[in-house]
Write a protein that binds this ligand. Structure first.
Ligand code: GAL
Length: 308
């Protein structure tokens, strides 16, 4: 795999896992992400956990046909709608999946928009008994009435799960703790980085510190990534500091992959203009840490994570 080049699955087709996420389960790594082709929304691939080179396509886990199952009466159940007699797709972005050990469910969180514009600014939820099939949709909503766009999830070392998303027209980042079953937000814990317009958040923990990588808000165009850290997700977040170069090596953060004791930045290199502006290739770089434990990345063409 080369950064910025199409990355084939085991059938030789390019992997569509844009704005993605990886989940470890039962000896496999599941790679989820956006796939806007056909009537699909979210695709999943998997690789044996110690391999990371051979990604088998496993299915489209969220489509316009995904069944709805009510968890909260007033969440909006629609995954498509009609206009002038034609079926219109919605937009599902930055899907993330967690495994809930108490309920034994795989729970998906993502950013929902109506497909026409970005004004609904909602979170949406789905769940399944399996990591790669059987998902039912639980609807979209505004957490505590708030706008919610670019998003991620994070489970901290105490086992609490959080949903983090851009709010107030992307000006601020909100941190919500999830309910025990992960099917709703339980508490709006914090708002951070007021008026900094941070997007594409990606969290990870290392040596007792919680880190967040994020981008600035420039649509599909890449910009200077930043990192910041806190003593815990709910704690006091420090200053934003540069991560990568002025375009984050022409990428926008999607998630951080921890592979044994190494940490990898995974970003999207969006297509930019053209009809496939919402597709991306991937930019994968090892996160290194300086003498003070502060993270940084340098550019290499062929990331060891996917090349062995
Ligand atoms: C980006 C965001 C993407 C997508 C895009 C739409 O800033 O990170 O996920 O929403 O805007 O313009």
């Amino acid at each position: 795999m080369r950064n910025g080049q199409p990355f084939p699955d085991t059938d030789g087709n390019p992997i569509h896992a844009h704005g993605g996420w990886m989940l470890d389960y039962d000896g496999y790594v599941y790679w989820y992400g956006e796939d806007r082709r056909e009537n699909w929304y979210v695709s999943v691939y998997r690789s044996p956990a110690d391999d990371m080179k051979h990604w088998e396509f496993r299915g489209h886990i969220l489509t316009t046909d995904t069944l709805y199952e009510e968890t909260s009466a007033r969440f909006d159940p629609r995954l498509s709608w009609e206009k002038d007699g034609a079926v219109r797709k919605v937009n599902i972005e930055r899907p993330k999946v967690l495994y809930n050990a108490k309920t034994k469910k795989f729970v998906l969180w993502a950013h929902y928009e109506n497909g026409e514009n970005y004004l609904e600014a909602r979170a949406c939820v789905a769940s399944s008994d399996w990591p790669d099939r059987g998902f039912v949709y639980h609807g979209s909503f505004n957490p505590f009435g708030e706008m919610s766009r670019d998003c991620t999830v994070h489970v901290d070392s105490r086992g609490d799960a959080y949903f983090v998303s851009a709010s107030r027209d992307n000006a601020d980042l909100h941190i919500y703790r999830l309910t025990e079953d992960y099917l709703n937000v339980d508490e709006w814990v914090k708002s951070v980085y007021c008026h900094e317009f941070r997007e594409a958040p990606a969290l990870f923990e290392k040596d007792g510190r919680t880190f967040m990588i994020s981008s600035y808000c420039t649509g599909w165009a890449p910009n200077q990534g930043k990192w910041c850290s806190a003593d815990s997700v709910t704690g006091r977040w420090g200053l934003l500091r540069n991560f990568g170069d002025k375009t984050t090596f022409v990428s926008q953060s999607a998630f951080v992959r921890r592979q044994r004791d190494r940490y990898w930045y995974v970003g999207d290199r969006w297509m930019g203009g053209g009809p496939k502006y919402f597709e991306s290739t991937y930019v994968v770089l090892e996160i290194q840490f300086d003498g003070e434990g502060n993270p940084f990345i340098e550019y290499t063409d062929e990331p060891e994570l996917f090349n062995g």
